[in-house]
Each structure stands twice: as C-alpha cells, then as structure tokens.
Design a protein around this ligand. Structure first.
Ligand code: FAD
Ligand code: PHB
Length: 412
C-alpha cells in the first residue's frame, strides 16, 4: 500500500479544508487534502452567499481575494420587511463602516481549489472509503482509496473539515463528546433565477404565510428562499407555484417585489442548530460544519468555518515554529466562544422571522412587536448590524502568519 507522510491530513475540500490547507501552505506547513466528491460537484454545490467583513479580509490577506474583489457585491445594509413595509438596517453607519459581501460559496471554493492547485500540494478528489485511525496517538493515520489504489497517510495532526455528514466527528468516542442540538419544524426552499436583482440589498421578510428571503449572486442572478415544511419534496413545487408564493410573501405596499426569471436551480434544505464539544480529540481537530451547524437565517456557517481554521492555523504554526502547544489546547474553547454567539444570533434570527406550527396568535403579535422594536430602535439595529457583519475573531491575522494590515477588525 503506498504510504505517504504529511504534517496535517485534512478531510474535506469544502471552505474549511481548503482555507486551512492554504493558510498552512502560507506558513510552510505541508498538508494532504482528501475529498470524497468530485471537483465539479464541490464547485457546483449551491450554498452560502454572504461573507462577513472578517472573512473578506481573511481571503484578501491570504492572497486569494482577486475574484472576490472583481465580482463580490459589497452591501452596507439589509432590509427587514413585515406588514408590507421594508425597513433598512444601515451596517456602515451602525458599525463604523463595516459591510458584508455577497459572493457565492462556489466561487470561494473555486478560487481556493485554483490556489491549492498552484501550490502543487496534494489534493485528492473522488476518494473512497476515507477513514481516520490512531487519532489519540502522536501519529494519526488517514486512509482512503483513490483510482483503485489503497492509500495511507501518516500525519502529525488530522483536521476534520468534512462537514456535518463526514466521518471525523463519528470517529471520536461518543462518551467524550457533548452534543447540543435543536431541529426546526421547517426547511428552506431555495432557488436561483435568471433575473436581475430588484434590490441592491438583501430583504428578510416575515409574512403570515411564512419567512421569505431575497438575495442575489450577481447583477444577473437572483437567489430566493421560502420557508416550507421540513422534508418538503421539491417535486411538490412547480416553478409557477414557487413564483406565486414568493410574490405573495415578498411584495410590499410600495409595489417592490423580486424580478421573475427562469429558475435554474431549486432545492430544499432542512434547518438545524448543532454543536459538538470539544472540537478536539487527541490529534484530531474538527472545524466548520463537522463541529457545528447553524440555521442559515444568520448567514454564519461559512464564516464560522473561516474563523475556526484561522484559530487552528495559528495554533499549528506556533507548534511547528516554537514547539508551543497551549494554543492547540485552547483551540476548542476559543472557537466555541464565537460559535455559541453565532448560534445564539442564528437562533434569534430564525425564531423571530419564521412561523412555527405550534404558535398562538399571541406569538404572532409578539414577533411583529419584536420586528417593530428592532427597526425602530438604534440600539437594537446596532446589535443586529454588529452581529450580521461579524463579531471580531479572537485571533489576529499576524499570529496566523498573515499581513496585519488586511485585518479591518483589530484583535490580539
Ligand atoms: P462543507 O462545505 O460541508 O464541506 C465539507 C466537505 O467534506 C465537502 O466537500 C464534503 O463533500 C466533504 N466530505 C464529507 N464527507 C467526507 C468524507 N467521508 N471523506 C472526505 N470528504 C468528505 N453560510 C454562510 O456563512 N453564509 C450564508 O449565506 C450561508 N447560506 C447558506 C445557505 C444554504 C441553503 C445552506 C445549506 C448553507 C448556508 N451556509 C451559509 C452554510 C455554509 O454553506 C456551510 O456552513 C459551509 O459549507 C461549511 O463549510 P465546511 O467546509 O465546514 O463544510
Ligand atoms: C444566500 O444568498 O444564499 C443567503 C443569504 C442570506 C442568508 C442565507 C443565504 O441568511
């Protein structure tokens, strides 16, 4: 069996795995990335669209921000819509000039795969039977089959960046892992449509028929979501039925509504909140969706994956350069502080903007009052704005080997 050797074995070539691989490369640390899907599948998968200011700064500092600078759409606010009226939350004014950028996760992943390929470091797609072994020893092993050949990689560390359904988290003995979970009684039906966005900024709508979200991917492509029952078969929704429901929920009294166009992609996603703690066992470190899931209403999942791997890259750099282990030991605690704040925010956005099957007329009026308070109070809007653009990371770019100048939010 061909046996390879690397410093960090990375399972998964989603945003977490690819970002970590590149951060390590920039610090002269070798890695092998193993992904069980094809390159095209990983790039084409339609998911996140909103990058926090800190994620944008990170991509730029890593030298992989060219596509983002060219095609990313900078948004300095968003709209919250209820009772037929849109109310703007001005991020830039409320947060001292910060913003979010709309740039599809598939573009982020494409840019990172290109950067990885240029480094000539190992990246295996279409790997089969991926497994990890000896994770509580000083030399964990990553095994997989590629092109019909069984392979074994001896590593110093393994990073489990393989998402919620991956194999790394289940490799940790269940007795050492605490799991915190909440399922929601609805999912999101999401579409991509060939239609120019009819608003420059996102619109989060609370409607008596349920939540709806207006977003975009480019000046020609609109991205829209609808609250639907969980596990709703997408086959239940014809394109005409989708547009009818979108317009019913989103049209405001001043006549604003999304532009209609050909639907080029549609799917239903379940919603859940999930945290597994600690995010480390022996020499296996979990990052991103492998350790935590947030409902997408706060647009936080990809951003949390980015902040996790920044913390991990700093710890691995300190280990290799100075034999310092305390940042490895603190990895889970540092990440979980930010994760729980994002969990709280995502839960709050979800609870405030969706209709629940067991809610009463009281609950409906209370949610309207919540939104009325939010959009009428500078303090409440500031709280939303600072969380939406992203709470500061605890780790500085410099400590992870990146230029500090690129970090808009200074940290220690
Ligand atoms: P993943 O992207 O899941 O990557 C894990 C990788 O591991 C995958 O490529 C997978 O194929 C691979 N893998 C799995 N099992 C194995 C195995 N056994 N062996 C090898 N490889 C394996 N987040 C935001 O920040 N902003 C948003 O606006 C936003 N919107 C969203 C909208 C929707 C509809 C959805 C579904 C999600 C959204 N998210 C958003 C969340 C975001 O997409 C995820 O949090 C993000 O993909 C997490 O990245 P990751 O690398 O941790 O995991
Ligand atoms: C998206 O554009 O896909 C998107 C935007 C905001 C969210 C979730 C998804 O909260």
């Amino acid at each position: 069996m061909p046996s390879l050797r690397t410093q960090v074995g990375i399972v998964g070539a989603g945003p977490a795995g690819l970002l970590l691989g590149h951060l390590l490369h920039l610090n002269g640390i070798d890695s092998v990335i193993v992904e069980n899907r094809s390159r095209d599948y990983v790039i084409d998968r339609v998911r996140a669209g909103v990058l926090e200011q800190g994620t944008v700064d990170l991509l730029n500092a890593m030298g992989v921000g060219a596509g983002l600078q060219r095609a990313g759409l900078r948004h300095e606010g968003l709209y919250v819509s209820f009772n037929g009226r849109r109310h703007r939350v001005d991020f830039a004014e409320l947060t001292g000039g910060k913003a979010i950028t709309v740039y599809g996760q598939n573009e982020v992943v494409r840019d990172l795969i290109e950067a990885r390929t240029a480094t000539a470091r190992a990246l295996y797609f279409d790997a089969e039977d991926v497994s990890v072994d000896a994770i509580d020893s000083s030399s964990p092993i990553l095994r997989f089959r590629h092109d019909g050949v069984d392979r074994e990689v001896r590593c110093d560390f393994i990073a489990g960046c393989d998402g919620f359904h991956g194999i790394c988290r289940p490799s940790i003995p269940p007795a050492v892992l605490a799991v915190y979970e909440r399922a929601y009684p609805f999912g999101w039906l999401g579409i991509l449509a060939e239609a120019p966005p009819s608003s420059d900024e996102l619109v989060y709508t609370y409607h008596e028929r349920g939540f709806a979200l207006f977003s975009m991917r480019s000046p020609r492509i609109t991205r829209l979501y609808l609250q639907v029952p969980p596990d709703e078969p997408i086959g239940n929704w014809s394109d005409d039925a989708i547009w009818e429901e979108m317009l019913e929920r989103m049209t405001t009294r001043d006549g604003w509504q999304p532009n209609i166009g050909r639907i080029i992609q549609k799917s239903v996603t379940p919603m859940r909140s999930f945290v597994a703690a600690p995010m480390r066992y022996g020499r296996l470190f979990l990052a991103g969706d492998a350790a935590h899931i947030v409902p997408p209403t706060g647009a936080k999942g990809l951003n949390l994956a980015a902040s996790d791997v920044l913390v991990l890259a700093r710890a691995l750099k300190a280990y290799y350069e100075r034999d310092r282990r305390e940042w490895l030991d603190e990895y889970s605690d540092i990440c979980l502080r930010r994760v729980w704040k994002a969990q709280r925010f995502s839960w709050w956005m979800t609870s405030t903007l969706h209709r629940f099957s067991d809610e009463s007329a009281f609950d409906y009026q209370r949610q309207i009052a919540d939104l009325d308070y939010l959009t009428g109070s500078q303090a409440a809007m500031t709280s939303l704005a600072e969380q939406y653009v992203g709470l500061p990371a605890e780790v500085s770019f410099e400590s992870a080997g990146l230029p500090a100048a690129a970090q808009a939010v200074p940290t220690t």
